[in-house]
Design a protein around this ligand. Sequence first.
Ligand code: ADP
Ligand code: NI
Length: 216
Amino acid sequence: MDQIKRYVKEKLNLEPTGHDYYHAERVAKLAQKIYMDESDKIDDSSLKVIIASSFLHDTIDDKIEKNQNIEKIKKDITSILQDDFTTEEILSIFDIIENMSYSKNLDKKQELSLEGQIVQDADRLDALGAIGIARAFAFGGKKNNLIHDPNIPPQLNITAKDYKYKNGTTINHFYEKLFKLDNLMNTKTGKKLAYERTQYMKHFLDKFFNEWDVKY
Ligand code: ADP
Ligand code: NI
């Protein structure tokens, strides 16, 4: 696992949109917690696949880097995994990291393994709560989006194409995506944590709009 961590650290070290190494590390911790909470019996192979997929999940994604050489990245990852993972485990890791993203699931929901569902829940949880708020504004700033514009209404039914290319505001992103996540969670633990984190964000927005309107 050390080699995987080193690879992710190198690749995502200065990633400025909230998909940095520490995001990957939090996803791994959250995914492990969900797996422990949900299972009666811990399977070492499943746990290994969950942790490796969590660390690697943002290394193949064109939101991090445009026009990446996907085949080269897959080859690099495979050679790192080969020492500690079976061929079957490597295939399940790729199946997870290539199919779990929000945009991949917008037009058609992908079928994920249980391990994949857990990593997807963990990734979605890191888009929620205090960390989620911080990440959303970091992402919006990097993309030159406005914080908020009362004249731009949120687009609630967004397709995968529009999701990638439109320039909305960060506050709208809360309604367009983040507040939908708690209904999309796969696991019981994920749902519970997503609900709590979403409540916190709604509380943040109440304060935000009060301050915006200077209501005291
Ligand atoms: P995924 O959730 O599958 O990784 P995303 O590209 O949506 O796919 O990345 C997730 C993170 O990026 C979230 O924390 C989310 O808030 C942030 N993000 C994505 N799009 C926007 C946006 N338009 N404005 C603000 N934050 C965004
Ligand atoms: Ni992620």
